[in-house]
Ligand binder design. Structure first.
Ligand code: AVI
Length: 318
């Protein structure tokens, strides 16, 4: 049963924070933009394509963990919880969890409204009788959950290692705000990608078919379209770099020649070889996950990892 909450069709706050984030990010040195702005409709579609790429192991590996350990989740979590999914997107992994734990409501949260409503409708028809309450918004900001879940124990679901796209200090802040939002007695099931052979990591973020390159470059197309930009897309190249000291893959957009361009009425210049750092994807070593979760106010209870040690799902308690 799909229950839609009143959400504005266009989001003027999102428009102005996009403008502010991009102008600020291009004004600093080195240039860096927040990865949340990848996900317009096209960006969300490209991310879905990434998820199916042979090189991109996280989605496939995490989905297999969700399929394989349903009975464990049911045991550890119990029935009747409201599942709150952060950054739900297409919610492709969610049915495995919902089928396993018999929840009493499902609240997917995502910044991309179009995408969220389409996936929520599909989910509602696959789970007739389960209240599905999509919430359009940025889960980094303060949110209010629908009244209907007020008295239900909550399970936060944050798959995909999206936490890895945050700097450790912001990741801790986010975990703390999830803890506040979900309340006493809550649990959190979170996906965290593991440190592994850098060649494998780089291939996952610089695939042979060029889908990740298109995903990265789509940010520039979005800036041109929505912020009166004139960035020359053909003069930028996608780069994926393993930063060993910070244990993260970095995506950059590198200027192939000296460039001058405009965004939202501001003029910018880049030297040849200079980059816009568009995303970091942190990977975690043994016990890093526990440390991060504890710093964020969550006590890790169980962990499931695939036999090759690529990816982990961790269940933590508030
Ligand atoms: C959403 N996030 C966890 C993805 C990642 O792996 O960091 C985004 C992504 N960027 C390039 N490929 C996938």
């Amino acid at each position: 049963m799909l229950l839609t909450l009143d959400a504005p069709a266009a989001n003027p706050v999102a428009d102005s924070s996009f403008r502010r984030d991009i102008v600020e990010g291009l004004s600093r040195y080195p240039k860096a933009t927040p990865p949340i702005w990848f996900y317009d409709r096209r960006g969300s579609e490209l991310f879905e394509e990434i998820a199916d790429l042979p090189e991109y192991y996280p989605t496939r590996t995490e989905t297999a963990l969700l399929e394989r350990h349903g009975a464990d989740f049911a045991d550890a979590v119990g029935p009747g919880r409201a599942v709150i999914e952060f950054g739900a997107g297409s919610a492709r992994k969610t049915p495995h969890l919902l089928r396993a734990i018999d929840p009493s409501a499902y609240v997917p949260i995502d910044i991309s409204g179009d995408f969220l409503h389409a996936s929520s409708a599909a989910l509602a028809s696959a789970f007739p009788g389960l209240p599905v309450l999509p919430l359009v918004g940025d889960f980094h900001a303060d949110l209010t959950l629908p009244n209907m879940v007020d008295d239900l124990p909550r399970l936060g679901f944050f798959p995909g290692s999206t936490i890895g796209n945050m700097e450790p200090s912001s990741a801790v802040d986010l975990l703390r705000s999830m803890r506040r939002l979900l309340g006493e007695g809550a649990m959190l099931l979170i996906g965290m990608d593991q440190i592994k052979d850098p060649a494998r990591l780089i291939a996952a973020y610089d695939d042979a078919a060029g889908v990740t390159a298109a995903f990265n470059l789509n940010l520039l197309a979005r800036i041109n379209r929505e912020l009166e930009g004139d960035l020359p897309l053909e003069d930028f190249a996608h780069r994926a770099i393993w930063n060993d000291g910070k244990a993260r893959i970095e995506m950059h957009l590198e200027a192939l020649r000296p460039l001058r361009f405009h965004v939202a009425g501001h003029a910018f210049a880049m030297e040849q070889g200079e980059t816009i750092h568009s995303e970091s994807s942190h990977k975690y070593g043994p016990r890093d996950e526990q440390l991060l979760l504890r710093a964020g106010g969550w006590e890790p209870a169980r962990q499931w990892t695939d036999p090759d040690g690529l990816f982990s799902l961790i269940l933590a308690a508030a």
